[in-house]
Design a protein around this ligand. Structure first.
Ligand SMILES: CC(C)(COP(=O)(O)OP(=O)(O)OC[C@H]1O[C@@H](n2cnc3c(N)ncnc32)[C@H](O)[C@@H]1OP(=O)(O)O)[C@@H](O)C(=O)NCCC(=O)NCCS
Length: 162
């Protein structure tokens, strides 16, 4: 039976996360970037969903003062439409709240209606556009979540980075 778990990303997840990244994005982050995020960037937090210990979805953010800015969210193409995108994003939002953040922001391609639908369903609102933000000159839609759930830091195992 397949075991699904969720937790903070570690160096053991870097290869699988980078593989998903290259399948999902036209200008993927490098393996080195993810390694840096989990080993050196004190402002970064990444959550992964694992199947039998192997990452199948991930979501990351940077803490800037009281804002959590989402850097990337992706689900392995073979695992989409099964709730893992929602699961990993909800966990990221709760981790932001538990870490004392008060709001979240992200950028998403104007044409990426699947991701926008997910974010809208979680309470994100549209706040503006960054014109020609992406490599193909596509605009970025800026979205924000202005109210986070109540933080529960005493009960969040992901608050401690390994
Ligand atoms: C966006 C993404 C993370 C969603 O992950 P997922 O696991 O497929 O999504 P879930 O199964 O958890 O569904 C969550 C919501 O996403 C939306 N969604 C998912 N698949 C959809 C589809 N085929 N069409 C329209 N909306 C869809 C729905 O709002 C859905 O909520 P619902 O099930 O209540 O209708 C995934 O499609 C992905 O990795 N895309 C490529 C990378 C990407 O675009 N990342 C976002 C960059 S900002």
């Amino acid at each position: 039976m397949n075991e699904i778990t969720i937790g903070l990303m570690t160096v053991e997840d870097v290869d699988a996360v980078h593989a998903i990244e290259t399948m999902c994005f036209r200008t993927p982050w490098s393996r080195k970037s993810f390694y840096h995020e989990v080993t050196e960037n004190e402002c970064a937090r990444y959550v992964v969903v694992r199947e039998n210990g192997v990452a199948i979805a991930y979501a990351g953010m940077w803490f800037v003062l009281n804002e959590a800015h989402i850097t990337n969210i992706a689900v392995h193409p073979q695992y989409r439409g099964k709730g893992y995108g929602r699961m990993v994003t909800e966990a990221l939002i709760q981790l932001a709240a538990d870490s004392g953040m008060t709001w979240m922001t992200l950028e998403v391609r104007r044409t990426n209606t699947v991701a926008q639908s997910l974010y809208h369903s979680l309470g994100f609102i549209d706040v503006g556009y960054r014109k020609r933000y992406y490599e193909n000159q596509e605009d970025a839609l800026i979205m924000a979540l202005e109210q986070l759930p109540e933080g529960n830091p005493d009960n969040d195992p992901m608050l401690v980075r390994e």
